[in-house]
Design a protein around this ligand. Sequence first.
Ligand code: SF4
Ligand code: SF4
Length: 108
Amino acid sequence: MATIAIVNHERCVGCELCARACGVTHAIQLNLAHNWVEVTEDLCWACGACERMCPFSAIALPPWAEANKELRDKIYAQNRKPKKSRVAAQASVEGAEEEEEVFAGQSQ
Ligand code: SF4
Ligand code: SF4
């Protein structure tokens, strides 16, 4: 039997964060009838990225599995890239406005 991520259906709430983490092989699908996810054995590379993403510890590689850490960290980093926050965006707009005022003051 291949080593794949295992879903604990009692814990899974079907949020699909793990499916987002599994964006390379697309091994995770939501089962709408049960509102839990399932893993397609042939597509799972046992990277463990889904395990790190799940807030409910509902998906994990079996304890004996050796996770492909290099692949996992690469995928995890891709999915956790910080987006420019609204606060940072607002601060940069305000900074630009202040600069304009300074330049306007200098030209007088
Ligand atoms: S992240 Fe966890 S709770 Fe959410 S769908 Fe995946 S296994 Fe289920
Ligand atoms: S271990 Fe990796 S390939 Fe397998 S289901 Fe999780 S994220 Fe997808």
